[in-house]
Design a protein around this ligand. Structure first.
Ligand code: 8YV
Length: 327
């Protein structure tokens, strides 16, 4: 039997399924990649399944038999993809199964920031609701406002679809490639990022983190946004210059921010962001529903089972490595 190291997020049925085909070492609450038992298991592993662990070339050196990794995530910025391909290690991710849930989270942030839901729920919780609320506590509409999508991939498209079809929002988007089918379906219009920033009522970031998108949104970009605009990030914190975001919020360059992702996660205790009335900060829950996390883990189990069994996995990332592995 081939050996798999699995960590975090697998349920008993999924572990049983893996154990039917492989020898499995499971680390439910893995704290760090330095865990000696984890490293000892990794030294013998052919497959690795898990989430939220930075995989470095130094760690790969400690896994000389590794053939495939199944990440329980769609984003793969935690993995050195070129290095994996060079070593002939196949990486798989979990697209599609989390798209709608993550888009729901995007809309949750759009609604919560526009209508100041968290701030006003706190106001009620504190017992401060003594008379009817006044203009100082009014929010702004969502329906009919312009939604600017920075990135229109699977998740971006699902958010844009909610906006256009459910809320009558005109859609602007900036994306490396045009999306003619979505333009037709949603009336979306592609434009340069700067035009989008100047025109949108909601700027929603959904691009994956890469060398091209790291710090894509910084002081210059925030300065272009409308003072009444709302900024939403559900992709990765590092797509944004967080210090510039904090400064822009403090200077009132735009109205509010809904954030599910941060430069450093968990968010450092001294970050001012969660205390700001204009900010709705969530602990990276984009895909975190019972149904979707189960489906993501299942996809990872299926991917690793297929890959180590010599069959093409459902969602490979570096297909070049698949060619090597299936040789
Ligand atoms: C993951 C995510 O659960 O899929 C992604 O890319 O951001 C989340 O759904 C998280 O990143 C764990 O790696």
């Amino acid at each position: 039997k081939k050996r798999i190291v699995a960590f975090r997020r697998l349920n008993d049925d999924q572990l049983d399924q893996l154990r039917g085909d492989f020898h499995v070492d499971y680390f439910d609450n893995l704290e760090s990649a330095d865990d000696p038992a984890f490293l000892a298991a990794l030294a013998k592993a052919h497959g690795l399944v898990g989430a939220s662990l930075k995989i470095t070339p130094a760690l790969l050196d400690k896994a000389p038999h590794l053939e495939a990794i199944a990440s329980i995530s769609v984003g793969y910025d935690n993995y050195p993809v070129e290095e994996l391909t060079r070593r002939g290690i196949l990486l798989c991710n979990t697209p599609d199964v989390l798209t709608e849930t993550t888009a729901d989270t995007g809309f949750l942030l759009i609604m919560a920031t526009a209508r100041r839901a968290v701030e006003l729920a706190d106001f009620v919780k504190r017992g401060d609701w003594q008379s009817s609320i006044g203009e100082a506590q009014f929010g702004s509409d969502v329906h009919g406002k312009t939604l600017g999508m920075v990135g229109l991939g699977r998740i971006g498209a699902a958010i844009a679809r909610r906006g256009a079809l459910g809320f009558g929002m005109p859609i602007l988007y900036s994306n490396a490639s045009p999306k003619p089918a979505l333009e037709k379906e949603l009336g979306a219009r592609r434009c340069e990022l700067d035009e989008l920033l100047e025109a949108a009522d909601f700027v929603c970031v959904t691009v994956p983190l890469s060398a091209q998108t790291e710090r894509l949104i910084g002081a210059r970009e925030f300065a272009l946004m409308r003072q009444s605009a709302i900024f939403i990030n559900i992709s990765r914190g590092k797509v944004v210059d967080e210090a510039a975001l904090i400064a822009a919020l403090e200077q009132g360059e735009f109205r509010a921010a809904g954030l599910d992702v941060f430069e450093q996660e968990p968010l450092p205790k001294d970050s001012p962001l969660p205390q700001m009335a204009k900010v709705v900060a969530l602990p990276h829950i984009g895909s975190a529903t019972v149904e979707t996390r189960t489906a993501m883990a299942q996809r990872a189990v299926d991917n690793i089972t297929l890959a180590l069994g010599g069959q093409r996995p459902i969602s490979p990332v570096n297909t070049d490595a698949w060619a090597t592995l299936s040789d």
